[in-house]
Ligand binder design. Structure first.
Ligand code: FAD
Length: 339
């Protein structure tokens, strides 16, 4: 369908939905109508040819909303990644832009490129992961399109979530949605529009923290340490060995990061990473609201704290009141002896 016509129909359908009190059957039929008119472009982030989890979670979120879902990726040698992405369930079309200028994910040239492709496809929604890249890119896209940006979506509730203002530029919390599997899909693959916008910034270098442990944002188990560890030496002595005994990623509170006990990339919370593992085990963390914001969706929360009144016990499924300098090595030793 031609984009302006589809957007006009979507506006009419949404206005109609708001103006009347529908019967359940009429409501379902109108939801179906709106869903048919929706079309989402999901930004697919990749590194060394591998699609990342938050992109695949964006695809799942887009599918839950209904309508057609397309994916877009850009960089050098991305045609093969586009072919791989075409196998992701639920994607109808993959748009790729073969240009090494997009390799480093600089938002200054990605944003105008994305805008061109959004206009070209007449999309009603644009989704990206709430990753460093997505957080950097999407506000610029929204500004260029003069629309609002919606951040860190954790749930698709109903069609009412989305007004008729279009397009909606949205970032998706990766831990809130499962990633779509790269199997069973058969999307078409085609080249997108490349405006080759000049990029005022220059990529200089990156420092990647290499680790054999699972990636914090997607790990099934996380062991975090807080200010209660007292020093970097104690953090390193106690937290990574416990994480390794559990096959877990290492996390930290902001107080631990600010005190220099742990790297900034390990911070969990409102201004750090959002995690939702099967098990979140923390020691020496009080449970401040900003920390809880990043881990409260964990399936099982376990904590060790010497203060039985610490707020972390209010959200913990399992809590141990005790001295972490005693309890953490004991637990690590028991886990290792059972391995
Ligand atoms: P503390 O609050 O100092 O807690 C230390 C805990 O260790 C205490 O409960 C203590 O009883 C326990 N303890 C001490 N010794 C032992 C021992 N020997 N054995 C067992 N337990 C012991 N925080 C985050 O974590 N992530 C964020 O993203 C984040 N973003 C923020 C954003 C804003 C805008 C602001 C204002 C704050 C933010 N914070 C964030 C900071 C947050 O408010 C807290 O200050 C921080 O989480 C506290 O970290 P903590 O629990 O390690 O330290």
């Amino acid at each position: 369908m031609v984009a302006p016509l589809r957007n006009s129909l979507l506006r009419q359908a949404t206005t109609c939905l708001r103006q009347t009190q529908p019967t359940p059957v009429a409501r379902l039929s109108r939801i179906a109508t709106i869903q048919r008119l929706l079309s989402t472009l999901a930004v697919l982030e990749q590194r060394e040819g591998k699609l990342n989890h938050s992109s695949l979670a964006s695809v799942t979120a887009a599918q839950r909303m209904g309508g057609s879902v397309h994916g877009i990726l850009a960089g050098s040698n991305v045609k093969s990644v586009a072919d791989e992405a075409a196998r992701v369930d639920g994607l109808e079309k993959i748009i790729y832009i073969e240009n090494s200028d997009y390799d480093k994910g600089l938002p200054e040239n990605w944003a105008p490129m994305l805008v061109e492709n959004v206009k070209n496809g007449g999309y009603t929604h644009v989704f990206a992961g709430h990753s460093a890249f997505g957080k950097n890119l999407m506000p610029r896209v929204a500004a260029l399109m003069d629309v609002q940006q919606v951040s860190d979506i954790t749930q698709i509730v109903s069609e009412d979530t989305f007004s008729s203002d279009s397009p909606k530029i949205v970032t998706i919390r990766g831990t809130a949605f499962p990633s779509g599997a790269a199997e069973g899909g058969s999307a078409s693959v085609e080249e997108g529009v490349d405006p080759k916008a000049p990029c005022p910034t220059e990529w200089v270098s990156e420092n990647l923290a290499k680790s054999d442990r699972p990636e914090l944002g997607t790990a099934a188990r996380v062991v975090s340490g807080g200010r209660g560890l007292k020093s970097k030496e104690e953090f390193d002595r106690l937290i990574p060995p416990l994480a390794d005994a559990l096959g877990a990623a290492v996390g930290a509170s902001r107080a631990a990061v600010d005190s220099g006990f742990a790297d900034n990339s390990l911070q969990v919370g409102q201004t750090g990473k959002n995690v939702a593992p099967q098990l979140y085990l923390c020691a020496g963390i009080s449970g401040a609201i900003q920390h809880l914001a990043g881990m409260k969706d964990s399936k099982v929360i376990a904590c060790i704290n010497k203060d039985g009144d610490a707020p972390i016990f209010q959200v913990a499924d399992v809590g141990l009141v005790g001295d972490l300098f005693e309890k953490v090595p004991e637990l690590t030793e028991k886990l290792n002896s059972q391995a």
